[in-house]
Design a protein around this ligand. Structure first.
Ligand SMILES: [Zn+2]
Length: 325
């Protein structure tokens, strides 16, 4: 599963800095980014992909929403601190969304229990008959807005002004998500490292790149694809185009063996039908293309081309037009 942790505030509509609410001299954005970072770190030990969005205040709300909507996420949460007097944690969900309500309640309770504050629980906020918060309303996947604690109530704020408190809060959010979705912890077996090869999915467990530079937490929070492994143990990671020592990696998934019967695939855009019927060479309609998933039920060579039969649409498509998912 793919999770986006968005940090609330940081950038306003005109491109300037938006601190969010302020309490005791602390900025909402700056506390939220630390909490979000630790939530991402804590989720990274589970079998999921986590991206931290707006960590450096680089994205305005609509940018964050657009990014998430294009990113194929299953869950997006935005980290905030509450204001205007009050105490406790609360989490907003899409009104009418039962699953969202349940997860929101679990996250709110986990924060409250772990920080020792009041649990205000799962909440909705409406403007007319739509959700008030843009993040909750316009993010298409399951989306939650997490109001961790009140920044302008000292007893609440003091729970998250230290790194230890921020970590506790982040871990509380992560454990509620992991429990809710039944995410499996990754086996941290160093012997698995030997099976890292091109195409493997890995997580970084070490602190530094092969160059000695420190790896930022948000890079560590996500999965990476191995581009190549060289003889002295340096591994090139595709998405970040950087070398990391093999000893500093943990295998998440071995390299795929290619498309076989039983594989789940998507069809690349611009693909045409194969097979031997009159449909051969005709464009595959858009609604059947990625991200729609298909199952391969047969593979054979038609007219000299290796093709897969996609059982759900009973159509042959060249294997080279498919992407394994
Ligand atoms: Zn806020």
């Amino acid at each position: 599963m793919k999770i986006a942790i968005s940090i609330g505030h940081g950038r306003n509509a005109s491109g300037g800095y938006d601190s969010g609410a302020v309490g005791g001299g602390y900025h909402e954005f700056k506390l939220a980014k630390e909490i979000g970072k630790y939530a991402g770190e804590a989720l990274a030990v589970y079998d999921c992909d986590v991206d931290i969005i707006n960590y450096n205040g680089e994205a305005y709300l609509t940018d964050r929403i657009n990014y998430i909507n294009k990113g194929g996420y299953d869950l997006a949460l935005e980290i905030h601190l509450n204001a205007n007097g009050g105490t406790g944690s609360e989490v907003y969900y899409k009104h009418g969304n039962t699953a969202g309500k349940k997860l929101a309640a679990a996250i709110s309770k986990s924060i409250a229990d772990n920080l020792g504050i009041k649990n205000r629980g799962a909440k909705i906020k409406l403007s007319g008959n739509v959700d008030y918060f843009g993040f909750v309303r316009s993010v298409k996947c399951q989306s939650l807005l997490v109001e961790t604690v009140f920044i302008d109530t000292a007893s609440d704020r003091n729970k998250v002004v230290t790194a230890a408190g921020q970590k506790k809060c982040g871990q509380a959010i992560a454990s509620a998500i992991a429990n809710y979705y039944g995410l499996k912890k990754l086996a941290a077996s160093p012997s698995l490292v030997t099976s890292i090869g091109a195409g493997s999915t890995v997580k970084i467990t070490g602190k530094c790149y092969a160059t000695g530079q420190t790896i930022p937490v948000w890079v560590k929070a996500r999965n990476h694809t191995v581009k190549s492994v060289n003889a002295n143990g340096k591994v090139l990671l595709k998405e970040i185009n950087s070398y990391v020592w093999a000893d500093d990696l943990q295998l998440v998934k071995s390299a795929k063996k290619g498309i076989v019967v039983g594989s789940t695939v998507t069809i690349k855009s611009g693909s045409v039908y194969g097979g031997l019927s009159t449909a051969r060479g005709k464009a595959i309609p858009k609604e059947q293309l990625a991200p729609k998933k298909h199952k391969v039920t047969k593979i054979q060579t038609n007219n000299g081309v290796r093709e897969a039969l996609l059982g759900d649409i009973l159509s042959w498509v060249a294997v080279s037009s498919l992407t394994e998912v």
